[in-house]
Design a protein around this ligand. Structure first.
Ligand SMILES: *[C@@H]1O[C@H](CO)[C@@H](O)[C@H](O)[C@H]1NC(C)=O
Ligand SMILES: *[C@@H]1O[C@H](CO)[C@@H](O)[C@H](O)[C@H]1NC(C)=O
Ligand SMILES: *[C@@H]1O[C@H](CO)[C@@H](O)[C@H](O)[C@H]1NC(C)=O
Length: 425
């Protein structure tokens, strides 16, 4: 195939390759919010640990902090409940009910509270006979449960895939999607269907994107660099299969941000934030916003990184190169801009330098790009013929490059800049 033909093919695939995403008007950009699982897990012991157990207080406190400390303004909108909120049995009418001791006000009242803070409430259920922690599953109750969540005015459903015959996963997730639609309330639908399907077969990402607003593909995020790195490796290895299905309305979900907890160094936290933005991933923090340190808070609220995450073009990035133990990840942005993340994957030694000219996307700079460096420090580097970044082990440099179409009158000025800078490159 000629080069021109393959470029045209890419163009057409890019334009029409994606099937119609789920049409509920939600998740036009990747979901942002907070989700209890990684940090608070299934802690139901409210007598011993009243501030950290899964109870209405926990979500109310998180909502208070999100409204008071800039999280909502930064874009974090959803306060999400994960497993272990339920009572062990359904009520007399067959409906799910919250544990009455830990949620004395009930979910509807909690939703009202969260809404009064200008935020949205997410809830959790399971496609099979029981949830992963052994609470009632939704199989054979999809319409009832969807209706219950709509009556409670819930805004997001995380639908897990435990205790389900894998051959029925697709049917179950599709049926619940329809049940949610029939309620008439737009409820963001977060699926785990490919994660549970991969061990037995290759998931059908067209159907998934028509059914869900986001979908988990791989194992849960843990509070460790090895976990974050394994998620990145899985994503890069499967990117040709999963990336094309992502876009406004539906996103690949590499799981929670664990920034602000115990397991990631400062550089590793920056790597997770940068790469989740490049992957157009939902930004669902699982941490304790009541006691998060200043640095993690600034990183999670960094408006330049969030702008990449939420870019309106809605294209997920790819890992485009592995060079000398650096990984280059690139995400096309609106206006023809490109976000580039350079991860130093060598977990030994000190900071190493990387020349942006070795990033495949640099070829869009003809011959110049205006460079803004976002991590490790914000710097408007300006119009350059090249740039070097210094990256710490397991850290990431994040940049936005903006190709410059040169106008005649600029050229003399730029030439002067080149001769000054060339010695540095
Ligand atoms: C239900 O689906 C229809 C058709 O795809 C769509 O137009 C409508 O907005 C959906 N409603 C909800 C509440 O998701
Ligand atoms: C999905 O819905 C169809 C049509 O109502 C039904 O026949 C099927 O049993 C349902 N499957 C599951 C897993 O709920
Ligand atoms: C380069 O980008 C910066 C923002 O990072 C902007 O202020 C500046 O005007 C841009 N310069 C050119 C020549 O486009």
């Amino acid at each position: 195939m000629s080069l021109t033909a393959s470029v045209w093919m890419l163009f057409f695939v890019g334009l029409w390759g994606r099937t119609k995403p789920l049409d509920n008007g939600l998740a036009r950009t990747p979901t942002m919010g907070w989700l209890h699982w990684e940090r608070f897990m299934c802690n139901t012991n409210c007598d011993a640990d009243p501030d950290n157990c899964i109870s209405e207080r926990l979500y109310m406190m998180m909502a208070d902090v999100m409204a008071a400390e800039g999280w909502r303004e930064a874009g974090y909108q959803y306060v999400c409940i994960d497993d272990c909120w339920m009572s062990k049995s359904r009520d007399a009418g067959g409906r799910l009910q919250a544990d009455p001791r830990r949620f004395p006000g009930g979910i509807k009242k909690l939703a009202d509270y969260v809404h009064s803070k200008g935020l949205k409430l997410g809830i959790y259920a399971d496609v099979g006979t029981s949830t992963c922690a052994g609470y009632p599953g939704s199989l054979a109750h999809y319409d009832t449960d969807a209706q219950t969540f709509a009556e409670w005015e819930v805004d997001l459903l995380k639908f897990d895939g435990c205790s389900m015959d894998t051959t029925l996963l697709e049917e179950g997730y599709v049926n619940m999607s329809k049940a949610l639609n029939r309620t008439g309330r737009p409820i963001l639908y977060s699926c785990e269907w490919p994660l549970y399907e991969w061990p037995s077969q290759k998931p059908n990402y067209n159907t998934i994107a028509e059914t869900c607003n986001q979908w988990r593909n791989f194992a849960d995020a843990y509070d460790s660099w090895s976990s974050v790195k394994s998620i990145l490796d899985w994503t890069a290895t499967h990117q040709d299969i999963i990336v094309p299905s992502a876009g406004p309305g539906g996103w690949n979900d590499p799981d929670m941000l664990v920034i602000g907890n115990f397991g990631l160094s400062r550089d590793q936290q920056e790597s997770q934030m940068a790469l989740w933005a490049i992957m157009a991933a939902p930004l669902l923090m699982s941490n304790d916003l009541r006691s998060i340190c200043r640095h993690s808070k600034e990183l999670l609220q960094n408006r330049h990184i969030i702008a990449i995450s939420q870019d309106e073009l809605g294209k997920q990035g790819y890992r485009t190169a592995k060079v000398d133990h650096f990984e280059v990840w690139e995400r096309p942005l609106s206006q023809g801009w490109l976000a580039i993340a350079v991860l130093n994957a060598l977990e030994i030694g000190g900071p190493r330098r990387f020349s942006l000219k070795a990033a495949p996307g640099w070829k869009t700079c003809t011959p110049l790009c205006n460079i803004t460096q976002i991590l490790p420090q914000y710097e408007e580097v300006g119009v350059q013929i090249g740039h070097q970044v210094s990256v710490n082990p397991s850290g990431t440099a994040l940049l936005v490059i903006m190709p410059i179409s040169m106008k005649k009158h600029d050229q003399r000025f730029l030439k002067m800049q080149w001769s000054e800078k060339q010695t540095l490159l």
